[in-house]
Write a protein that binds this ligand. Sequence first.
Ligand code: FES
Length: 147
Amino acid sequence: MLTHYPIKRSVLVPTLLYMQDELGYLTEEAIEEIAHRLDLPVLEIRNVISYYSMLTTKPRGKYNVQVCTNVSCMARGAEDLLEHCKKKLGIGHRGTTPDGTFSLEEVECIGACSWAPAAQVNYDFHENLTADKMDELIEQYRKKGTP
Ligand code: FES
């Protein structure tokens, strides 16, 4: 990837996402390896990780359900949708189901405001959600399997 970017620092976020996809989360060893390869201070990498909600240093479930509760989604029932997800999965914000299948997060705008309320599961967007649609989605992901 380094050859596609003008400076090493530019490849930091794609590298973090790649590493997270491979490992499930950004481990201490992964952060130190990236710092070494990109000639960046570990602190700078930690700052970038803490800025982007899609990056995490803690293990998540196989399917990370991110429910947007920002203005457009909130106006169209996102807070009720989030509460529904909490009950359905039996976990709270940033929780993970005991079997490691699902994590749940309340997030800021994911850029799907015109189709609110919206949620993202890993890299897939889901729009115009209702409690029933969310139940179907969760069951579809559950059928795909556990880790
Ligand atoms: S406010 Fe929810 S996607 Fe923008």
